[in-house]
Unconditional design. Structure first.
Length: 100
């Protein structure tokens, strides 16, 4: 901030006005920074809540699907479709009780 020597009444008034404007700009800058930080914090919270809700919704969808539709490994899926229902049940029971 460049101030004059403040020797005349006009220079004193100009210096006071310059100081006032500088302080107002600094306050407005600080307010803007706080506003941006609040917005970003809110945005992060909304994203977190959205992820929690979408994860819960996805798990609900997966729980509703039949087991064979949930399997992502194509080779395993083909093998399970090739065996009989009884063999599939034995396979799933062995997995459930971890008897390999």
């Amino acid at each position: 901030m460049l101030l004059n020597k403040g020797q005349t009444e006009l220079e004193i008034l100009q210096n006071r006005f310059t100081s006032y404007i500088s302080a107002a700009i600094q306050r407005r800058r600080n307010d803007y920074i706080r506003q941006v930080l609040r917005y970003r914090q809110t945005e992060v919270e909304v994203e977190r809540i959205f992820k929690e809700q979408s994860t819960a919704a996805e798990s609900d969808i997966w729980e509703e699907l039949p087991l064979l539709m949930c399997i992502e490994n194509n080779q395993l899926l083909c093998a399970l479709k090739a065996i009989t229902e009884r063999e599939r049940e034995i396979f799933f029971q062995s997995i459930r009780w971890k008897k390999f």
